[in-house]
Design a protein around this ligand. Structure first.
Ligand code: ZN
Length: 201
């Protein structure tokens, strides 16, 4: 089945909002993501997408956090803002080991999760390190539901893992999770791989 051909909208999964998990506000003085985006003077800045989002996004990128599975959005936000000096948590969604889906960076803002391919990709991270552990059944159920929902809501065509965009640079989302990605894509009516990527114009 091709994206956009699903006859019935998949149910929206329950998502724990930033307010509910106590997110810090974005820090626009962060060293590595300073100020607001400007194509000429500040291409790395905070980019609020202007277009309708279904014209912005074409690919979902899946990640593991490579942190303890119990480290949730607060710990990840702290790591991304303190250690990586980004303005905010880099992923658009985080899925905990218990299957809870957390809102990450505002979906209307460019993420910071896949170097060179952040513009126009939607980033979802499962907590844990899947080089060593397995994603939980609850995580797999939640990521399947979230991907199906996002694919429909934003007219997504493709799904890939972080390592498929940056081979050699990262093993993310881990050797135990990566083989499951084609099935997640297929079940959401998406093509697997990076071929659909194109930055919005
Ligand atoms: Zn990653």
């Amino acid at each position: 089945m091709l994206a956009g051909c699903q006859a019935v909208a998949p149910p929206a999964p329950t998502i724990t909002s930033r307010a509910e998990w106590g997110a810090e506000l974005p820090n626009h003085n962060a060293q590595n993501e300073r100020g607001l985006f400007d194509p000429a003077t500040n291409p790395l800045g905070w980019k609020v997408y202007a277009d309708p989002l279904d014209e912005v996004y074409n690919t979902i990128v899946l990640h593991h956090t490579a942190l303890p599975a119990t480290d949730g959005p607060q710990e990840i936000q702290l790591k991304h803002t303190r250690d990586k000096a980004w303005a905010d948590i880099g992923y658009h969604f985080v899925i905990g080991a218990d299957g809870v889906i957390y809102e990450g960076r505002d979906i209307g803002v460019r993420g910071s999760h896949t170097g060179g391919y952040n513009t126009g990709t939607l980033g979802i991270a499962l907590t844990g390190n899947f080089e060593h552990a397995m994603p939980t059944e609850a995580q797999l159920a939640s990521v399947a539901a979230l991907v199906r929902y996002l694919a429909y809501a934003y007219d997504i065509t493709h799904l890939a893992g972080h390592r498929h965009f940056q081979p050699g640079d990262t093993v993310c989302p881990g050797e135990n999770f990566t083989p499951l990605l084609p099935e997640i894509a297929e079940n959401a009516g998406l093509e697997f791989g990076t071929d659909g990527y194109q930055p919005p114009h």
